[in-house]
Write a protein that binds this ligand. Sequence first.
Ligand SMILES: [Zn+2]
Length: 342
Amino acid sequence: MLGPSYSLRCVVFHHISDTESPFTRGMSVSITPRKFEAALRFLTRYYTPVCLQDVLTDSDGRGLSPRAVLVTFDDAYASVAEWAAPLCRQFGVPAVFFVNAAFLDNQRLAPDNLVCYVANVLGMETIRSAARAVRGAGAFELQSLSDVFTFFLPAISLAEREVFLDALRQSAGINEIRMAKETGLYLTSKQLFDLASFDFEIGNHTYTHVHCRSLSREEFGREVDRNKANLEAVSGTKVRSFSQPYGSSTDLTRDLAEHLERSGHKAVFLSESVANPRGADPFHLDRVSTRAESDDTFFFELEVLPRFRAVRNRLFHPSTDSQRAIGRRDCIEEIDREQPRA
Ligand SMILES: [Zn+2]
């Protein structure tokens, strides 16, 4: 179990900040600059940081350096340009930044940050009241932010999400455009261009950060293709990787995997913190979501827990191995009746 079958390690970070604001408190997305620097020091000491091209070139994992690790960032917080990119350059660590173009230049708030702000400032009753605007009374027992992200948002359509967010803005009296500008949470176009010009990879994270399991084909165009085109126009580089918002393999449906392949994506990343076996499908690369509290906990999160999860999945969710075939045309027929793991 602790043998060499664990191939490429991938880690995902989000927001680098010394303090939590009402927009992020309770979401477990922040790591302090000091801890992030310690994490890079740990990775460069014990691992070999690689870039996306290395992963694509050696997608069967055989040509990768021993203990290869790929560092990624989701959600395009401005803090990645202010803290993460300079530290990655200092330590010589390549990285992939997955971006939602809708929030570039702080034109609006990402739904998660809006929900988080309302929950922290006005309380969960305001969230429950907005949820009732979507599905009526008693449809969801939302006690915490985690309930909203784990049960409510994945269960509603994109149109219903808009009704919910509108109800939130109304009942909280929020001028979202002004608030987004004042907060400056996300990357500007200039920062995105600079990241790309420093040879960092820019990746697709959907246009407005959506759960993909219930998207229609038309919505693939609005969320996946539009985001790719916008990011390529702003960054001046090719977008060839996709990170699943919320990281769940349940959202990586066969339709989505086929769409991603057709639209020129070469790799898809999840964040279920499961070890990637040698020869992992590039359309199903798992990442360890970490806040790297210390070297010991980081080691445990990166090296031990993912192997246990891989063994658990093999024993108790045998369909997971078949799911890894999603995106490979030659295997699609065999998995026709496979259901994504919940
Ligand atoms: Zn995300």
